[in-house]
Design a protein around this ligand. Structure first.
Ligand code: ZN
Length: 199
């Protein structure tokens, strides 16, 4: 039943497609937006379109950025011989917040999901291999989540990269099993990094 009129119903439907937004949240957000001053709504719409249009993947580390090469990959203050492999840009952001990591990153933009047949070609693994081919790397820190898929991904990368003779480590204790990196506090993340184990 279309209680609210088509424009409002459409808005609720669109919001409901977003991750983590159920029917009630979608309604609440929709009515919040409708009650906002019109210029705020216009600004919100512009910001959404601009973010989508201007965002791209860094040519080196595959993180989301508005440049060809992201600020971290472009920085000469970072240690480019240490690469931390994370699942998503939000995980990179979580580690950056700790201020304790001075290497660079590689963002896989996902994990292997063996149960759904999602394989290496579905993540940014080829790009990682290309980086290892083109520049000397001393250490690869595997910081995928400790979920089944995150572990499967870490195992796969270890198997593929180990023959190159690069040191491979896995972030350690403190990150709860199944824990999502982005929700873990900075102290715990720093400890996980310090206590990383050799693979
Ligand atoms: Zn980058």
């Amino acid at each position: 039943m279309n209680y609210y009129g088509t424009p409002v119903t459409n808005l609720i439907e669109e919001l409901r497609r977003l991750p983590g937004i159920g029917s009630k949240s979608a309604q609440r957000l929709a009515f919040h937006i409708i009650n906002m001053p019109e210029e705020h709504v216009e600004h919100l719409a512009e910001v959404l379109v601009s973010a989508r249009k201007n965002i791209r993947y860094c040519k080196k580390c595959c993180t989301l950025t508005d440049r060809d090469v992201c600020p971290i990959c472009s920085s000469d203050k970072r240690d480019h011989s240490t690469i931390m492999v994370v699942e998503h840009t939000k995980d990179l952001a979580a580690y950056e917040k700790t201020g304790q990591y001075n290497g660079v990153y590689h963002v896989l933009q996902g994990t292997l999901v063996p149960s759904l047949g999602k394989g290496p070609e579905d993540i940014r693994f080829k790009e990682l291999e290309a980086r290892l081919d083109s520049s000397p790397v001393k250490e690869l820190i595997l910081a995928t989540n400790s979920s089944l898929d995150g572990e499967a991904t870490a195992m796969y990368i270890t198997k593929k990269v180990k023959p190159r003779g690069i040191r491979i480590t896995r972030i350690a204790s403190g990150v709860p099993i199944g824990g999502e990196l982005e929700y873990i506090d900075e102290v715990t993340l720093s400890r996980a990094l310090d206590g990383r184990i050799e693979l």
